[in-house]
Design a protein around this ligand. Structure first.
Ligand SMILES: *[C@@H]1O[C@H](CO)[C@@H](O)[C@H](O)[C@H]1NC(C)=O
Ligand SMILES: *[C@@H]1O[C@H](CO)[C@@H](O)[C@H](O)[C@H]1NC(C)=O
Ligand SMILES: *[C@@H]1O[C@H](CO)[C@@H](O)[C@H](O)[C@H]1NC(C)=O
Ligand SMILES: *[C@@H]1O[C@H](CO)[C@@H](O)[C@H](O)[C@H]1NC(C)=O
Length: 443
């Protein structure tokens, strides 16, 4: 309220207010058209320029290099769990990439807003120069961007940049209870029999979807993947990371001095968490030769409801890995038709290595993806809520592979036939797949 002593003073004040508003409005307008508005957002994030109309080439590939050859964009995801941000999952050189900008395409006027990104390189780089990164930008107000481009500079021609669709913007109902993420299938992968058995075990245990980041596999595996694609179980994410970076097949730089560890596994896992954040109740992070076997429940759904009930507020469930060496076999379940298929028959490997006092068994995880911010392979780096170790009597990871304790005689291993509980449905289901794919000729 303006209290006016005299009428003419009051008129002057009103005039000044109106005139001033007009001035400010036209000044703002001019600024908008001037391409150089500065508007401060919380956390020091600011819109640097506004103006160019949305343009750019739609990114077509899963991995898109920026012009610096030091930054690789996987995908942007909308994330409003704290602030309203766009989290871009990418790969960056940890020293060389210091500055990145999000170029948002705003609706409905179709103009570009540029804001500076926070670059958060994940702490689990294991000595490699390149690592998974979250490139995080606050979303401009009143923008509702559907697309974003990433650039090393706040200046430039948007027409030259790749444009990425922002995922997870619209809420959607769950389409899966469990989604398994298999990161980086590589090296002409041809363990067909074990893969099909794992897939059928996942399905028996309650999985609807398996996401596979595929670098490279054999022709026979391609046939199997095609079958599961058509069935709707598998989603293949092409992962040609070796086209851009020298990849290590080891997890630590000291073992194999390349650009990035283990075919960029950590980046794939983080992408998989965000990709399935809205559509899956749980995401399971394990390798294709690993199966989380419940001991007290018949499937993962009943196991997880029980675990959630006992551990309210927990979003990350850690399961202990146990090695069932591929070198120790039993004659039971030697199914003759399967001998024509390359790979391991897991039903013939039911002896596990004992724990070693000084060695810690690595863990794999079932997570509520909405509670995870950043994940590593054996634990999460950042999450809302707690992690819990699931005891051995509830479940263990059946992991059939080359032995870790190869000097141990058969008698020193523990016979564990938990997997056999599923023998009849597993054999039937595996036969169904094999006869429709790789054993087709013998049908
Ligand atoms: C990036 O890589 C491409 C293809 O390998 C090359 O042509 C280009 O010169 C590189 N750019 C920089 C900045 O290193
Ligand atoms: C897969 O990788 C192997 C080497 O690991 C290579 O010999 C083969 O040609 C690759 N296959 C495809 C389809 O790229
Ligand atoms: C399975 O049986 C075949 C003969 O039918 C035999 O040659 C092979 O060694 C057996 N494999 C295993 C792992 O028991
Ligand atoms: C195979 O599964 C059936 C039930 O489906 C069970 O009765 C049988 O004992 C299992 N076989 C072995 C060797 O465990």
């Amino acid at each position: 309220m303006i209290h006016c002593g005299k009428r003419h003073v009051c008129a002057i004040v009103v005039c000044i207010v109106i005139f001033g508003s007009i001035l400010i409005c036209s000044w703002k307008d001019a600024q908008l058209q001037d391409n150089m508005t500065r508007k401060t957002f919380p956390q020091g994030n600011s819109v640097i320029s506004v103006g160019q109309f949305c343009k750019g080439k739609a990114a077509k590939n899963v991995i898109t290099p920026l012009k610096d050859n030091r930054t690789f964009i996987i995908s942007p995801y909308f994330d409003d769990r704290e602030d309203k941000v766009i989290r871009v999952i990418g790969i960056v050189h940890h020293e060389d990439v210091k500055e990145l900008y999000c170029w948002f395409c705003c609706q409905p006027h179709g103009k570009t807003y540029v804001s500076k990104a926070k670059i958060d390189v994940h702490s689990d780089r294991f000595g490699f120069p390149y690592g998974a990164a979250d490139i995080v930008c606050l979303e401009p107000e009143n923008c509702d961007p559907t697309h974003v481009s990433i650039h090393q500079s706040p200046h430039g021609d948007i027409g030259q940049l790749s444009r990425f669709e922002i995922k997870n913007r619209k809420a959607e109902p769950f389409s899966a209870d469990f989604t398994v993420c298999i990161s980086a299938m590589f090296g002409n992968y041809n363990n067909v029999l074990q893969f099909v058995q794992s897939m059928e075990m996942y399905k028996i245990l309650g999985v609807q979807k398996v996401v596979i980041y595929k670098n490279n596999c054999s022709q026979m595996m391609e046939k199997v993947l095609k079958f599961y694609l058509e069935e709707g179980t598998v989603e293949v994410i092409p992962w040609p990371i070796n086209s851009y970076l020298k990849v290590s097949s080891k997890w630590h730089f000291s073992m194999d001095a390349k650009d990035i560890g283990y075919y960029g596994q950590i980046t794939a896992l983080n992408d998989c968490i965000y990709r399935n954040m809205q559509r899956s109740r749980f995401v399971v992070l394990n390798d294709a030769d690993e199966i989380i076997l419940p001991l007290k429940h018949s499937d993962w759904k009943t196991m997880m409801s029980s675990l959630q009930e006992q551990n309210p507020g927990t979003g990350v469930f850690l399961f202990e890995n146990h090695i069932f060496p591929e070198t120790i076999t039993t004659p039971m379940f030697n199914i003759s038709s399967w001998n024509a298929v390359p790979g391991i028959n897991i039903l013939q490997h039911v002896h596990r290595e004992p724990d070693r006092k000084e060695v810690f068994n690595p863990k794999k995880m079932i997570v509520d993806p909405r509670k995870v911010i950043q994940t590593s392979v054996h634990s999460v780096l950042r999450a809302y809520g707690t992690s819990v170790n699931v005891p051995m009597d509830v479940a263990l990871i059946y992991h059939c592979r080359v032995p870790l304790q190869s000097n141990l005689p058969r008698e020193s291993l523990i016979r564990d036939t938990t997997l056999w509980r599923y023998n009849s449905s597993l054999i039937m289901n595996v036969n169904k797949v094999l006869y429709q794919t790789v054993l087709e000729a013998q049908k």
